[in-house]
Design a protein around this ligand. Structure first.
Ligand SMILES: [Zn+2]
Length: 199
């Protein structure tokens, strides 16, 4: 569990009782049922029919906003944390994941493309290449599994679309690219750190 208030020194004041909602918390990823928070109701004083609200996670204290149109923020980020990754790459990866938790999928995809370039450069690629050339570099250097070629082709195609047309990206697009990068980060940084290096 990741507490929303790591210090534990403060809390939400005068929470209201609310109709139960079950959801996956975007802060701690736990599946929770919450009946506490702040109601959003019709009328200038909000006393009318409930149309949404802020629900406090009973596990971590994080606030999830359920808006009248039916969306909620944040949702759980796509992908999973990866350890032993250099800080600058972790920052980009986590920012892309955060963007995905706010329904900002085009931003998440563009950050992923930048991240792929940085990963390739960290593995010896020349700076200043095109996005597609970096993806090809990673594939040619063996960072993509033998049966993952269709993945690479797919990502190259998607990268092209995003560059030239500034096409809006969907959740599925962001999920594909974040999953691909998560795999790369595990292969390149996390797995090698799990066994002692040879003398
Ligand atoms: Zn939570």
């Amino acid at each position: 569990m990741t507490p929303f208030f790591p210090e534990g020194n403060f809390n939400w004041y005068q929470q209201q009782g609310l109709p139960n909602i079950k959801f996956v918390c975007g802060f701690c990823n736990a599946t929770v049922s919450s009946v506490r928070g702040y109601r959003l109701g019709h009328g200038r004083d909000g006393s009318g029919t409930q149309v949404g609200g802020i629900y406090i996670c009973p596990n971590c204290g994080g606030p999830t906003f359920f808006e009248p149109a039916g969306s909620r923020f944040p949702t759980p980020a796509l992908g999973n944390p990866v350890t032993h990754v250099p800080p600058d790459l972790t920052a980009l990866y986590e920012e892309s994941r955060r963007a995905s938790s706010q329904n900002c999928f085009t931003a998440a995809v563009l950050l992923c493309r930048k991240l792929l370039m940085n990963i390739a450069v960290s593995q010896g690629a020349t700076e200043g290449l095109r996005f597609i050339e970096y993806v090809t570099y990673l594939a040619d250097k063996g960072f993509v599994p033998p049966n993952g070629k269709h993945w690479v082709d797919h990502i190259r195609k998607k990268g092209n679309e995003a560059t030239h047309e500034i096409a809006l990206m969907t959740e599925a697009d962001a999920k594909e690219l974040i999953s691909f990068i998560e795999m790369l980060l595990r292969f390149i940084y996390e797995f090698p750190s799990m066994v002692p290096s040879q003398p």
